[in-house]
Write a protein that binds this ligand. Structure first.
Ligand SMILES: [Zn+2]
Length: 126
């Protein structure tokens, strides 16, 4: 009961479709972790550049309570904070508490805030 004019539903039966030569491998957990790490580092670099920083170094950050201070920030590396992509959880030396911090574009700060931010530097560890 097969109609020779009806195309076959199976690609394997279609002679114009090449037979698969090999199985496509799923990425390993290690490869996925590497890709995720690379993506987060690239995102961090791009966000830092948008705020006028290079590849890191001394960066002015603001905690959730609004305190400003300077910290060492290197994309993908930190021993004094918990990295959450663009955000970090670290100790705020101004309010003496642990908080979520984000980098601040110093061009958006007035002279008083900029001076206050550069006067306070947390540990000299990234
Ligand atoms: Zn604070």
């Amino acid at each position: 009961m097969t109609d020779p004019t009806t195309p076959s539903r199976s690609a394997a039966a279609d002679p114009s479709v090449p037979a698969p030569t090999g199985r496509r491998r799923r990425p390993s957990r290690r490869q996925l972790r590497l890709a995720f790490t690379a993506l987060t580092v690239v995102t961090e670099v791009l966000m830092l550049r948008r705020r006028g920083y290079g590849l890191g170094g001394d960066v002015v950050v603001r905690c959730r309570r609004g305190h400003l201070y300077t910290t060492l920030w290197f994309p993908g590396a930190s021993v004094t904070s918990v990295r959450l992509g663009w955000w970090r959880i670290q100790y705020c030396p101004v309010g003496r508490h642990v908080s979520l911090v984000t980098p601040v574009d110093t061009a958006d700060l007035d002279a008083v805030d900029r001076q206050a931010a550069t006067d306070v530097h947390d540990l000299r560890l990234p």
